[in-house]
Design a protein around this ligand. Structure first.
Ligand SMILES: Nc1ncnc2c1ncn2[C@@H]1O[C@H](COP(=O)(O)OP(=O)(O)OP(=O)(O)O)[C@@H](O)[C@H]1O
Length: 348
């Protein structure tokens, strides 16, 4: 897409300041969000993760003004959107693109017709519209599918059309609500790669709502973990993946990294001879020096589980080892590695 405005525009900055959302109906009140404080810098990709009911969709609906916060402030750049009129919100929404789990394409319109729809709403003249639609189809790699109807497209292709439609009006913020949840893992990666490209090329801020940590790992710069309406953990993807602070974050990380034995594996490992340790590998661990000393003292070291990951240019991981041999030398190994690193022993 050659639109020169686009490269100069920057992504939206989002700031939640103590935001709460309480739904009240005749029978009961539900607190969907409580005291959410969070900043997303322009051009960042933030992953919002949480189990069902954690408040993720509500968070997105506040950003695009479909719901209003009941307390706190929500700033999009410098504008507090809490309490704006419907007319003002319409203008805010012009800068926001959305993509959805079920794609939400019109089945009666072709791929090109779907992408053209927001341009028609915005009153863009036909010739300009056609040019823009062609550029967008090219950008998402589906120029040959312009005249196809949604039912003739695969899930991944439908989502590409959804992304093209969301980009049609040059938004500065893209909200993706479970946008890859209906796709297989490989197609998910394709779509995430496209979203990364959108982010890099146009500097658009992207909010990715998901319940899959794999999605966060693949695309996000920052991650916010939600539980019961609160953001319980927030940080760079590296920080949260390498050192999750809360149980819920650790559980999400474990689903993606698989670098520690699960319960079934632990039960199996516990039956083995010797002692078994899961060791956090960092520069400070001194794992190789301690291993060399133990080997010299007659200890046999067997790696039984592990995984190393690189995120945001930093590597981290865990290794599970089985040590057999002289008790004293094994204890020395344990003392050495546990001085500077987190070490868990798997005990029968
Ligand atoms: N319009 C509404 N009226 C009443 N309660 C609501 C409404 N919308 C959401 N809630 C409640 O707010 C809480 C958060 O819901 P929300 O949909 O934001 O969670 P979620 O994390 O997106 O879950 P899911 O992954 O299942 O979509 C839930 O308890 C839900 O029942």
């Amino acid at each position: 897409m050659s639109n020169s405005n686009q490269t100069q525009r920057r992504g939206t900055r989002i700031e939640f300041r103590g935001v709460g959302k309480v739904f009240t109906n005749a029978k009961k009140t539900t607190t969907a969000l409580e005291d959410v404080t969070l900043t997303v810098e322009p051009g960042e990709i933030i992953g919002i993760i949480g189990y069902s009911g954690a408040g993720k969709s509500t968070l997105v609906r506040l950003i695009n003004g479909l719901e209003a916060a009941t307390s706190g402030q929500l700033l999009l750049d410098d504008l507090d959107v809490v309490g704006l009129s419907e007319r003002q919100l319409r203008s805010v929404r012009r800068d926001i693109g959305m993509i959805f789990q079920q794609f939400n394409l019109f089945s009666s319109r072709t791929a090109a017709g779907n992408i053209a729809y927001p341009l028609e709403l915005a009153g863009v003249p036909k010739a300009e519209r056609e040019k823009r639609v062609a550029e967008l189809l090219e950008f998402v790699g589906l120029a040959d599918k312009a005249k196809h109807y949604p039912e003739q497209l695969s899930g991944g292709q439908k989502q590409r059309i959804g992304i093209a439609r969301a980009l049609a009006t040059n938004p500065r913020l893209l909200l993706a609500d479970e946008a890859t949840s209906a796709l297989d893992p490989e197609t998910t990666q394709d779509v995430l790669r496209l979203l990364r490209e959108v982010n890099k090329k146009f500097g658009i801020t992207i909010v990715v709502i998901t319940h899959e940590m794999e999605v966060v790992r693949s695309i996000a710069d920052k991650v916010a973990v939600m539980e019961s309406g609160r953001v319980v953990e927030y940080g760079s993807v590296y920080e949260v993946f390498s050192h999750p602070k809360t149980d819920v974050a650790a559980r999400f990380v474990a689903t993606s990294l698989r670098n520690t034995p699960d319960m079934v594996e632990s039960d199996e490992l516990a039956l083995r001879d010797g002692r078994i340790f899961t060791i956090d590998l960092t520069e400070k661990t001194g794992f190789f020096a301690a291993s060399a000393d133990a080997t010299k003292a007659g200890v046999n070291i067997n790696i039984v589980h592990g995984g190393i990951t690189t995120l945001q240019h930093q590597s981290f991981g865990k290794v599970t080892v089985q040590l057999t041999g002289p008790d004293e030398a094994i204890e020395q190994f344990y003392q050495a590695v546990s001085t500077n690193a987190d070490v868990q022993e798997i005990i029968r």
